[in-house]
Design a binder for this molecule. Sequence first.
Ligand SMILES: [Zn+2]
Length: 550
Amino acid sequence: MKPRHIRILSIDALSYWMLERYLEEWELKNFQRLKREGAFAEGMIAPGPDATTPPAHAALFCGCVSQEHGIYSFEEPVIENGIIHPWKKKLGFDATRLKAEPLWVSFLKSGRKVLLLHFPLSMPLEPYTSSACFGQDFSENMVVIESFSQRLAPEFCRKHEQGNKTFTITLPDNSRIVLPASAPEKPEVQLFPSKLAGILKMRFSPDTPEEPDFYFGTSIHKIFCNHEELAQNYFDTLGPFIGGGAVYSYWKNRLGNMISRDGSGKAELRVFETLEKVAEHFLRAIQFGIQKVQPEVGFYYFHIIDLALHLWRGLIDPDCPGSSPEIRGFLLPLIRKTFVYADQALGLLMDATDKNDLLAVVSDHGMSPIEKTFYPNQLFLEAGLLKWDSKKKEPVLDQTYALYHQSNSGYIVINTEARGGIVKEESKEIIIKKVYEVLSPFLGTALEKIEMVSEHPEIPALGEIYLTPRYKVSLMSKVEGEIMEPGHYGGQHHFWQESEPMQAVLMLKGPGVPAGVGLGLRSHLEFAPTIAYLAEIPKPEKARCARIRF
Ligand SMILES: [Zn+2]
């Protein structure tokens, strides 16, 4: 039977292992119910080499690998006229680069009304509309609400000041927003209605009474929707989109000393309070999607677990050198709350779902704990392969032979003349050999693999050499005076797709799906064909994998 409604919830970084481990203990009632009433994969593995959010979503929803769908990493080297820039980077969330049809297009082609809510790869809109990259202009049946890509200003964290002083934020259109330099006592939203944007201002008490209060303001994002009256309605109903909370300020130590560096835990509570505001916004957004948009097919996204695990995934591991029973006792209840919010998001969709509807919960990746950071560019600097401008914090490209690309997507790029650099074509092999010589001593400590991209067809050709760090080691492109140092004990999801912490989630219920059945370990590439089969539509064009058989 053809399902009437199809609802797909993508919960960023929900790891199968964690969900299973804490399903009962954390009383995740809606996940428990979905598991009873539907079928569930016992882990989902993203295709390699990169499991960051954009390529992992593209794999799930297009049913093919990076070379075929054209999305490579969270940040990618810039390619201009077919030439890789040795240093410049860009974000990987770009629908104009999708070379394969995603599942939402398959639904649109079948005449279904589709909503994409803050969903990766839904923007920009043109491929789906005016430029008709997928054969038609789908404007009429497609509703996209998206704000991540609509950032007008970054978050700030400053000292709370008494009195009537103000400060100014300049927006990309050169308009200015004047904000009071004194933070409100309680969280307060200030709206900029003409921009369909606003800011959430928060005040946190300091660690000691003699210090000034912290004044935090969220990043400013416009509410974008391709149906104008709906954008206005969203803004009037939900208020401003508040981005990623105070995550950046926390990393920059602006919210106080981190718990992993002898902090009291107050910095964590401060950032967590902002994450809860993010979660509340997403819950209300999902409700808005279900009730106000009422699509036949809805793609919903939920973000807060990813944010929290990036901060603390390492620290909740008992064998993490930076952890302790006290730290875990402090952080696990916070992580639990993020899972409870995700459970509530699922509950909203479950409540709207009856036996004629199809519901799927999926995640793009899990999260690996991080213990150390390795800086390949520091090594290249010391070996004379890289010249670094420490003032500008960038390489001196006319004196650099090879570098670990700033996109931090695993690639070492040779700075060839074709790329505007200094390495002649005939000397390329010599430089590659030198890079191997410099890196090889770190095999087994910092690095798991050093691979020639040309010898591995599964690695997209965005550089000459591809690095896979060892488990729990993070790579960074910065030059900071260390080659390897203990990490922040946070989390990352790039490599090691087959490891337990990285395996993702798939849960389904609806017509044609048996109840309470485990489906074993599955691949991301099976997701789109399976949903297409259950929804009785053709699978996405480039999805080659067979569907899951129940
Ligand atoms: Zn993700």
